[in-house]
Design a protein around this ligand. Structure first.
Ligand code: 5GP
Length: 164
């Protein structure tokens, strides 16, 4: 079989609608969607429209490679949203994939206890994830090619004649 899980933009459009339908069917009505940049922005935007949620927030999480190759932990980049603003709020954390689940665990634990409720929604979840997301579009153990990160960054083209 294919070694990669491939998501195209058209398939993402279907996936995010189906994910939203699952959340609606479950009766969860989040006040705020908290996206994890950058991949989670696509998911959060799609879920926001599909669920009619206009209050979207962003958290930036990066991995720092520690001394020695085994250390691999996610770190929040400032500015970090003030959880005091989220007390009494039902939060939906949105990301593209839960792989090790460390990123989602960091954000989930950051919210838990400070907000009314927090649940997680992802397009993909892998079996090793230490966070079991409430809402998952598809389970896979393959490496995923996302449409937004499968292509290299664009570079400036030289020698283009723009005006005749
Ligand atoms: P975590 O291991 O914390 O669950 O995932 C951290 C981040 O690694 C994800 O948000 C995503 O950006 C990246 N990542 C993990 N698995 C994959 C994958 O299969 N494909 C791609 N393109 N990125 C991944």
């Amino acid at each position: 079989g294919d070694e990669r899980e491939k998501l195209s933009y058209p398939l993402f459009g279907e996936a995010v609608r189906e994910l939203a339908q699952t959340i609606a069917d479950d009766g969860y009505e989040p006040d705020i969607i908290l996206s994890i940049a950058r991949g989670g922005l696509f998911v959060a935007g799609g879920l926001g429209y599909a669920l009619g949620v206009k209050n979207l927030h962003v958290m930036n999480v990066v991995f720092y490679e520690g001394v020695g190759k085994t250390l691999d932990m996610p770190v929040m980049l400032p500015p970090v949203p003030n959880v005091v603003d989220f007390s009494e709020k039902k939060i939906l954390v949105a990301d593209d994939v839960a792989d090790t689940g460390k990123t989602l665990k960091l954000v989930h634990d950051f919210c838990a206890g400070n907000v009314a409720e927090v649940r997680c929604a992802v397009i993909y979840e892998k079996p090793q994830s230490l966070v079991k997301c409430e809402y998952v579009w598809k389970h896979t153990d393959k490496w995923i090619n996302f449409p937004w990160s499968v292509e290299p960054t664009v570079v400036r083209r030289e020698g283009q004649v723009l005006d005749a």
